[in-house]
Design a binder for this molecule. Structure first.
Ligand code: ZN
Ligand code: ZN
Length: 425
């Protein structure tokens, strides 16, 4: 018996965000991926006269409910099923508060709930929807990127809360993302006019599950890409409506034996990925070359009368190279320590890398002029003559320029610049 990979990755993700284990109900977990919930099963279910959409492609990590509350109000049988798209941090806060708070409410940590910027001001309601595709829209559900510590692959994960809601508490209204104006139908099962539910009754919404939509990130190993889940369904011919299938990214098909997929202890640290190890090796090597350049440039700084800029060129190359390596070490370290979601470190390192590339290119051109122009008349013997240059210094500088040109050649040949930037981002 093997466990679906979606469940395994979801558990790893929850461990990485310290999801409160006291609220977990592992026996009620359920996966709705195409393997666990076959195509022939129902797409929608109707409870108390309201239809809701089965969360195909999503995986539920059940949240423990208050049994006495559920029994007293007969919640399982009479309340409606709905979804609330959010981020993992907000979801955690909702579960810890045991409810979705209304704007202007104050959390138990004393923080006032604001209205999200992209939401309509003056609307102090809790919003839910019977449609999983509506809840999963980017303006509601945040896309988290997560690297699995087990297989080191990068996944995009969306978060939606699965709730039960008291039927007479809701006000049904149309979608509020202007899809109807643009002629788009957002959900293949529920019309745009009935997509949004709102209520002011705080305790009429009960969370019973955290739904995660887990997709492996194939395109590039970094994107936090918001273009997933862009539904583009035209309004009238309802028969042509296509379900929001994850056609952009492939479904995850690998499965891991149950014994290996135990939830990770909270002290678990993510191992370094192969690209990061390779980068570290490159950085270590690239520290020695500038060190040598700095040393040689300093030792022979006044022993090249034919072109005094040669030792200076070598020295500057060494010091800039060395500080660049140190900086990259720091950035790599920060990137490694931080959660992979925090993209800022990558942007900063990308910018610095671009600047450095430009600098080294310009510096290489300047150096080539100084070094190659004196080649025909240089001699390494008479130290007093004006055309003298210290042999080691000159040959080192000469070799360094040649090495850089060949590096550029190699990088251009294999499109390596792209790969190099790709490694960091
Ligand atoms: Zn599954
Ligand atoms: Zn999310």
């Amino acid at each position: 018996m093997s466990e679906c990979a979606h469940l395994r990755i979801g558990k790893e993700f929850l461990a990485s965000v310290s999801w409160p284990s006291s609220f977990r109900r592992k026996d009620h977990d359920r996966c709705y991926c195409h393997r666990c919930y076959p195509a022939n099963l129902a797409d929608t279910l109707t409870v108390a006269g309201y239809t809701y959409v089965i969360p195909r492609g999503w995986t539920r990590f059940a949240v423990a409910v208050d049994e006495s509350f559920f029994n007293h109000h007969n919640v399982w049988d009479t309340w409606l099923n709905c979804y609330h798209g959010t981020s993992i941090d907000s979801a955690k806060s909702c579960v810890e508060h045991r409810q979705l708070l209304l704007p202007d409410d104050v959390t138990m940590h004393g923080k006032k709930i604001g209205i999200r910027e992209d939401h309509i001001p003056e609307e102090r309601f809790v919003f839910t929807t019977p449609s999983i595709s509506y809840a999963a829209l980017d303006c509601y559900a945040y896309t988290h990127s997560f690297r699995s510590p087990y297989d080191l692959k990068l996944y995009s994960i969306k978060v939606v809360l699965q709730c039960k809601q008291k039927a007479d508490s809701i006000i049904v209204q149309p979608e509020t993302v202007c899809a109807t104006k643009q002629g788009r139908r957002l959900c293949p099962h529920i019309p745009n006019e009935e997509l949004e539910w709102k209520t002011k009754h705080r305790s009429s919404v009960m969370i019973y599950g955290l739904l995660l939509e887990i997709k492996q990130n194939h395109a590039s190993d970094d994107s936090n890409s918001p273009q997933y889940q862009k539904l583009n369904i035209s309004v009238p011919p309802a028969s042509n409506v296509v379900a929001p299938e994850p056609s952009i990214t492939e479904e995850i098909t690998n499965t891991i034996p149950k014994s290996e997929s135990l939830p990770l202890p909270s002290s678990y640290r993510k191992p370094m990925s192969k690209t990061r190890i390779a980068l570290l090796v490159v950085l270590i090597i690239s520290t020695f070359l500038p060190m040598a350049a700095l040393t040689i440039g300093q030792i022979y700084k006044s022993e090249c009368p034919i072109q005094p800029w040669i030792p200076r060129w070598v020295t500057v190359f060494g010091s800039v190279g060395l500080s660049a390596s140190c900086l990259m070490f720091v950035i790599l370290f920060i990137n490694f320590k931080w959660h992979p979601e925090k993209e800022i470190g990558k942007y900063v390192s990308g910018c610095i890398l671009c600047l450095l590339l430009f600098f080294f290119l310009a510096w290489l051109i300047a150096g080539s002029v100084w070094i190659f122009s004196v080649k025909p008349k240089i001699q390494f013997v008479q130290t007093n003559a004006t055309n003298y240059c210290q042999e080691t210094l000159y040959k080192f500088a000469f070799g360094l320029t040649l090495a850089q040109y060949s590096l550029i050649g190699v990088l251009m040949c294999c499109g390596g610049i792209v790969a190099l930037i790709g490694c960091l981002c």
